[in-house]
Design a protein around this ligand. Sequence first.
Ligand code: BG6
Ligand code: MG
Length: 223
Amino acid sequence: MIEAVIFDLDGVLTRSDRYHTAAWRKTCAQWGIPFGDGTGDLVRGVSRLESARIVAAQGGVELTADQLAAFAEEKNRNYVSLLTGMTREDVIPGVVELLAWLRTQNIPAAVASSSKNAPLILEKTGLKGYFTVIVDGSQITRSKPDPQVFQKAADALGVGYANCVVVEDAVSGVQAALALGCQVAAVGRAAQSEGVTYPLKKPDDLIRQLSVPVSPDQERKLH
Ligand code: BG6
Ligand code: MG
């Protein structure tokens, strides 16, 4: 039984994952820190400050706590300036179809994001009204892979963890959802992660997977 679907935001609902990577790339250029192609994937789902630590370490640079905070702040300034231009066009294709379908099924939807900018993005892209519950990075103390953000969302919805499907694009998010005992749907590289029940090519693939009684094994063969 599915009681609710809990969505990550960046890279699942909107293209803002690309803006995170672009902002890190720009900030690294400003700070003279190398930024490799794989680094953007490593910080999916990870909090701002922890991401700063990972990005600096990947670039082979050790920063003091003060420098790390300044690095993270500068990245956020660069990121927010990219967000100001966001519109409905930044919503990932298939997302609105999936959210509209969930409404027809009376299955509530929530957002559970590590980002403190989540409310701004949901506002700018016009998605906010689809969600019964929104938990963002300002409401949590522990970032994914800790399950806190999903736990808060499920508790606010009043649903059992095992009856929630979490939709993620981050390995850290998949791990967090599994730690809470949720079912996991994933897009992008995270779809290959162990424990993913519903691997998705695009978000609205979940409509078919939740409607048709196909076993996860059969589903994998279809992909
Ligand atoms: C997550 C992103 O959604 O939010 C991470 O996947 C990011 O890459 C994190 O670091 C925190 O975002 P923000 O907007 O609060 O800096
Ligand atoms: Mg994400």
